[in-house]
Each structure stands twice: as structure tokens, then as C-alpha cells.
Design a protein around this ligand. Structure first.
Ligand SMILES: *[C@@H]1O[C@H](CO)[C@@H](O)[C@H](O)[C@H]1NC(C)=O
Length: 237
């Protein structure tokens, strides 16, 4: 049978041709697209950098360390003092007279941050220097019922960021939702103080009530009312 190997050959050739000649299925198209996109370099993406994230590694370091090229937000010149940071949430804990202050980095090179605190009495307090990754700091020893203004200052080799009306003046407009480096900080009175006040007010009220009752039941009987003596007999009935 000389024809049968040849027939097998033909069959084999035909079957091997079939996958090549069938119309392109969607998965083939996808494979082709993948092939095409993997050839030119990947388009750069933004680095995983958040200017408000605590302990955020500087974007330049992310760029150096990353396996893939990424883009950083533009920064002002290192020859200029940084722009002011933006104050974020200020969380006051009334019980222990402390507050946690959050902020976001400016679009400038920053070497360090610190906090400034003005008391309503006029006293100013400058916090310790914090490194450029820090976005959160705690204030301690705040007075219950106290009113403060807190500002975040950023500094680099060229100087430090501006603070509105340094020294506390011009801060009257500060408060509410802010986009600047400063914000108002009101410490509520201690809950213990509130309880004491409530007990005091309650005691005074109870004493007044007692006095009124004593006057009503005892003293009024004895002394009578000046315009209606108790001994006056009924007239005209
Ligand atoms: C920056 O300060 C924070 C908090 O003090 C600390 O955890 C961190 O290690 C410091 N980072 C650098 C680079 O010094």
C-alpha cells in the first residue's frame, strides 16, 4: 500500500495548516495587542507619593528605588524657601490636654518642619524640628478651655516658609476649614470641670428651693403677709 503513508502525510499537512488559516479569534487579537504594547517602553506613571501621608519617603527617593520609571509632582527651586505647608485635621483630646496635628507637604524641597503655637494670652511656643517625612505631630500640655493658633513651618537650605502675621497678629481670619499653614485650636473644658460646675449649679438650685419651701410653710405662717394679715376676720359674708 504505497498510497496510505502519502495520504497520512497529506492529512498531517492539512491539519497543521488549519490553525494558521482559520480566521483570527479574539484571543489572538489580544495576544497581538500585548505583543505590540510590550515592545515600546511603558508610559511613565505617577510615583506612589502622597504629600499628606505620614512618614512619606521623598518622591525623588521613590524614583531612584523604583523598578519602573515614575513621575514626581514638580517642586519649586531649592534656592527658594519652601511654600507654606497646608494644615490638615487637628484632633483635640480634651481629657489629657493634647492635640494631634496633620499637614500636607508643599510643592517645594523641604528639609524639616516644626510647629508654632500661640496661646490667647500671647505666649508663643516653637516645637522641635521634625524630618521631612513627618506629617503628623502631637501637642501636649494644652490648657483646658484654652484657645490657640497652630501653624506648620517648612524649612530648607534657603529659608523657611512664611506664616501669616508672624507673632500672632493677622491671625483673626484663621479658623474653620483652612488651606493655609495655620488653624485655630480650641480645647474644651475638662469633663471633670463640667461635672463640678453641674454639681455646683444643682446644689445652689436645691438650696434656693429649700429656702422657698421653708419661707412658704414656716415663716409665712408666723409673720404673715404684710397686705393680708392672717388674723383678719372674714368681712361682709
Ligand atoms: C523621621 O522621623 C520619624 C519620626 O520621628 C522617624 O520615625 C523616621 O525614621 C525619621 N526618618 C528619617 C529619614 O530620619
Amino acid at each position: 500500500m504505497p498510497g496510505s503513508p502519502c495520504l497520512l502525510c497529506l492529512l498531517a499537512v492539512t491539519f497543521s495548516l488549519v490553525p494558521r488559516t482559520r480566521p483570527l479569534a479574539p484571543q489572538d487579537l489580544m495576544e497581538e495587542e500585548e505583543d505590540e504594547t510590550s515592545q515600546p517602553p511603558l508610559p511613565p506613571v505617577f510615583c506612589d507619593y502622597d504629600s499628606c501621608r505620614h512618614l512619606q519617603v521623598p518622591c525623588k527617593e521613590l524614583q531612584r528605588a523604583g523598578p519602573r520609571a515614575c513621575m514626581c509632582p514638580g517642586l519649586s527651586s531649592p534656592a527658594q524657601p519652601p511654600a507654606p505647608p497646608r494644615l490638615g485635621e487637628v484632633h483635640v483630646v480634651a481629657e489629657d490636654g493634647s492635640a494631634v496635628v496633620h499637614w500636607c507637604a508643599p510643592s517645594s524641597p523641604v528639609h524639616q518642619y516644626w510647629l508654632l503655637l500661640w496661646e490667647d494670652s500671647g505666649a508663643t511656643w516653637k516645637g522641635p524640628p521634625l524630618n521631612s517625612t513627618v506629617r503628623r505631630a502631637e501637642l501636649k500640655g494644652l490648657k483646658p478651655g484654652g484657645d490657640y493658633v497652630v501653624c506648620v513651618v517648612a524649612a530648607n537650605g534657603a529659608g523657611e516658609s512664611s506664616v501669616p502675621g508672624a507673632g500672632g497678629e493677622g491671625l483673626e481670619g484663621v479658623g474653620g476649614p483652612t488651606f493655609g499653614p495655620c488653624g485655630r485650636l480650641a480645647v474644651p473644658p475638662r469633663p471633670v470641670t463640667l461635672v463640678h460646675t453641674a454639681i455646683g449649679v444643682g446644689t445652689v438650685l436645691a438650696l434656693l428651693t429649700c429656702l422657698a419651701l421653708v419661707w412658704h410653710f414656716c415663716l409665712r405662717e408666723r409673720w404673715g403677709c404684710p397686705h393680708r394679715p392672717a388674723s383678719q376676720p372674714a368681712v361682709g359674708l
